[in-house]
Design a binder for this molecule. Sequence first.
Ligand code: HSE
Length: 291
Amino acid sequence: MVTVRAPATSANLGSGFDVFGVALSKPADVVTVEKAPETSIEVLGAGHQYIPEDPDKNTVGAVAESLDAPAHIRINKGVRPASGLGSSAASAAAAAVALDELYDRGHSREELVPIAAEGEAIVSGDAHEDNVAPALLGGFTIARNGGVTCVDAAIPLVVCLPDIVVSTRDARAVVPDGARMNEVVETVGNAATLTAGMHRDDPELVGDGLYDSIVTPARAELIDGYEGVRQAAFDAGATGVTISGAGPGVLATCKPGARQNVGVAMLDAFEVAGVDARVYQTEIGDGARVL
Ligand code: HSE
């Protein structure tokens, strides 16, 4: 039997749509695997009632198939589905590490990225790697066709999760088909600034680099109260604010010491919009870990 903890993640970081991701120090999923003649899945914890246990429909079923590693897989969800916090990626990454260990397959973490991403395709229709890469490797990750680059970084973060559901499929449906050249130039500048900020552990630069005028405005329409929450976070001292992944979670970067105020301000602003929410004071954390 092998048990693995894999963290929630925040993908996109505004300017890095489908490319950037960070591992969060909390929350996390915990997955336990045990050899079995056929794969079976049991789901407990946050939002378990919305997650199919059929291996053909669950993200970890595809991982078990891809590794040729049939097992009974128990998923304890710390990361609610449809949150924008990489819920399916956390389960897929944990299962990939656990099954690889259980069957002694010997894959590196980098080699497990595309395998875990297959699970994402079950949920969102696309095998993008911007959540599974940080869930497996930790830190700040840049995932593209040429492979994954990982940078250790220390940035204080606040994630505010409203009690509304936005599916990744719906959030991808509103992504514009194209962008104007001035928007592309601005986005490249912001993404480069964010990357430099990660190297320097600089929450001001990272916060500046979160800005995105292409995808985020379209998706903000799906999150009741988003504009008010964004403004409240800035007023309370956030250095940058954007949608976490496909939403509805909202991510803020902060200087050390500002997380408490920013978290309270975001919660209050969601309340003004009539939306219940919870907040995580977190930071960039480690990838999946065998327990
Ligand atoms: N990059 C993806 C998106 C992450 O924003 O649609 C969600 O899984």
